[in-house]
Design a protein around this ligand. Structure first.
Ligand code: 4IA
Length: 398
């Protein structure tokens, strides 16, 4: 794929450690370079401005998902696993599978989980206040979803330690086969096998969301095999994303005590605070599309079959769209942020993600006067996700 005429290009490697460690200054260079930028290293077209990212996400006919939403072009290369029938699919398949997950993740279905989630969060926060210092990632951002999400799906207890390694693999696999990719795939076989087994009807505990997915197979909306793949989608997309989101949320408040004070004075801001976290950090940093036809964007001609890298995280901090985008401000109007994506592929689990965010933040607001940073936060590098590996904090009781 040659570089199109009159297109700015860059040597930047968006999957290099120094980029992933602190992506935001690099996003600025990409946005400033132009509305579309050629990434030499990967023969990749990138869009980092809000307006182009939204445009491409909306235009699913030109910018398709069925050739993969990572670097691998499913039209010419073998994907690492059978493609997702929702993420890596276009209409009409996507319409049908999206409908199934919409139903099992609907408002009433998710709301029925709230009381249980809240009880768990309350106990967890009480325990950590007692403990004094803790790791905001390990003891909270990971511990909370791990103790509510697998139960909500209906996974059995045994083998749950495979969930996070699987997510790490899946999200690294959207990028190039770099060191991060190779490391996370070092022990892939047993992890992939365990996940595949948990997706089967007979493996799922009755009463969970997984069982509900198989109801769609009973009424003929999807096949039995498709139901299994949709459960796989829930397991792939539902954990690392929320963990990185919750970690970011705790980090934002630990590093902006005045915002914490503001929230404590006005707990009604909890919902908006979680959204602002997603805008500000954007756990899912990037996604790709593939062009289905030649298309002209701001004077640059993209050829058919061109991979296009969309920087959601950069769109969420584009000064063309946001006032003082690098400021974490829970009073901000976050409507239109693309942290959950945009268009037909917008996150189908967003109500569940928000429930986890709101419930945990509410437990904290009710109990904690100050979130003190007591050590250096450490970022966990991944080809797609941006989030924390370690966040030493002290929760001071109110
Ligand atoms: C799937 C975008 C991300 C959260 C995601 C990852 C995997 C899948 C869906 C969404 O496996 O279907």
């Amino acid at each position: 794929m040659p570089r199109p005429d009159n297109c700015p290009s860059t040597e930047i490697d968006p999957f290099a450690p120094e980029f992933l460690e602190d992506p935001y200054p690099h996003h600025e260079s990409l946005r400033e370079a132009g509305p579309v930028v050629w990434i030499d290293k990967y023969n990749l077209m990138a869009m980092a401005r809000y307006s182009e990212v939204r445009m491409a996400l909306r235009d699913f006919e030109t910018y398709c998902s069925s050739r993969g939403v990572g670097l691998t072009d499913f039209a010419t290369e073998e994907p690492w696993r059978p493609p997702s029938i929702i993420l890596e699919a276009d209409p009409p398949l996507h319409t049908r599978t999206h409908g199934v997950l919409m139903k099992v993740l609907s408002k009433p279905a998710i709301e029925s989980l709230r009381d249980d989630f809240k009880r768990t969060a309350d106990e967890m926060v009480d325990g950590l206040i007692e403990k004094g210092e803790c790791d905001g990632v390990h003891h909270l951002a990971e511990a909370f979803p791990l103790s509510v999400f697998p139960d909500a799906i209906g996974l059995r207890e045994e083998g749950r330690e495979n969930l996070l390694p699987y997510g790490d693999m899946a999200f690294n696999a959207f990028g190039p086969r770099n060191e991060l990719f190779e490391k996370s795939f070092a022990n892939a076989q047993p992890v992939v096998q365990w996940i595949a087994e948990q997706c089967l009807r007979q493996a799922l505990v009755p009463g969970g969301i997984g069982e509900q997915v198989y109801k769609a197979a009973d009424d003929g909306t999807v096949t039995e095999e498709e139901a299994g793949l949709l459960v796989r989608s829930l397991l792939t997309a539902g954990l690392d994303t929320t963990i990185f989101g919750l970690g970011a949320m705790i980090y934002c408040f630990a590093s902006s005590p005045n915002q914490w004070e503001l929230l404590r004075k006005n707990p009604k801001l909890v919902r908006g605070a979680f959204e602002e976290t997603l805008r500000f950090i954007s756990p899912v940093q990037t996604f790709m599309r593939t062009t289905t036809r030649p298309v002209k964007v701001e004077g640059v001609e993209l050829s058919e079959g061109q991979k296009v890298l969309l920087f959601l995280a950069s769109a969420n901090r584009d000064p063309r769209q946001w006032e003082e985008p690098d400021r974490f401000d829970i009073r901000r109007k976050t409507l239109g942020h693309v942290g959950f994506g945009h268009g037909i592929h917008i996150c189908v689990g967003q109500l569940l993600a928000r429930l986890e965010g709101e419930v945990l933040l509410t437990s904290l607001v009710e109990r904690v006067e100050r979130i003190e940073l007591v050590g250096n936060p450490k970022w966990r590098l991944n080809n797609t996700l941006h989030g924390l590996d370690r966040l030493p904090i002290r929760l001071v009781a109110s």
